[in-house]
Write a protein that binds this ligand. Structure first.
Ligand code: SAH
Ligand code: MG
Length: 218
């Protein structure tokens, strides 16, 4: 928890209810410790979708499909969502959820199975463009994804990056971070420095959920 728990609880108590189907999927994900977007992040995403009204969304990190189905529910009718996942255990659940007829907007979503960096390169080859990118995968790889994401993000598009503050760890000194986490710590700092100083991006970092960076492509 980055922000005072009482404040977060209060803000979350004001959030609009999810559809019953999404609520059930959220509960299932939490029960199985799948790291889906937090309540606060849901609110932010919903607001950004409402503001940006994207037509082509790219998501990196599907997990079991919760955030993809969430975005399909709260985006325009003609919006299309491409989402990438590589872990078989997650894919089994994702395939099931993304074809579940209870989710009326599921047809907007196309699941790409495989290593994100490779799929991103394929999308670049195909000259695909997106006006909204939700980056929510392995944090240590964000820097490696960025050059491809910049090619895929159209001018005026938005890049939303989740988990950038890792429960506040990124603000600790490098030496207080245990060795196992040090590489991620260093790479995340590098990523945040890069997107905040990038000539083509205007970026704000918000202490929402696990930390969310919002970047607009100029
Ligand atoms: N966006 C989801 C949660 C994603 S959790 C939600 O909020 O509902 C992050 C997911 O990214 C994990 O399932 C993990 O397997 C996947 N992932 C991490 N690195 C990846 C990579 N390099 N290529 C494809 N998927 C990756
Ligand atoms: Mg996340």
């Amino acid at each position: 928890m980055i922000v005072n728990e009482r404040i977060t609880d209060y803000i979350n108590s004001l959030a609009k209810e999810l559809t019953p189907e999404l609520r059930a999927l959220e509960r299932e994900a939490l029960r199985n410790h799948v790291p889906i977007i937090k309540k606060e992040t849901q609110g932010l995403l919903r607001f950004l979708l409402c503001m940006q009204q994207p037509k082509r969304i790219l998501e990196v990190g599907t997990a079991i499909g919760f955030s993809a189905l969430f975005m399909s529910e709260y985006s325009q009718k003609d919006c299309r969502i491409t989402t990438i996942e590589k872990v078989e255990m997650r894919l089994v659940e994702a395939r099931k959820n993304l074809s579940d007829p209870r989710f009326a907007s599921r047809d907007k979503i196309r699941l790409c199975e495989g290593e994100a960096l490779e799929i991103l390169k394929e999308l670049v080859q195909e000259q695909r463009q997106f006006d909204f990118i939700f980056l929510d995968a392995a944090k240590a790889q964000y820097m490696a994804f960025l050059p491809e994401l910049m090619k895929l993000l159209e001018v005026g598009g938005i890049l939303v990056t989740d988990n950038v503050l890792q429960d506040g760890m990124v603000t600790n000194s490098r030496y207080s971070v245990i060795r196992r986490d040090r590489t991620i710590h260093t790479r995340m700092r590098e990523y945040l420095y890069t997107i905040t100083h990038h000539e083509k991006l205007e970026t704000v970092i918000l202490p929402v959920g696990d930390g969310v960076a919002i970047s607009k492509r100029q």
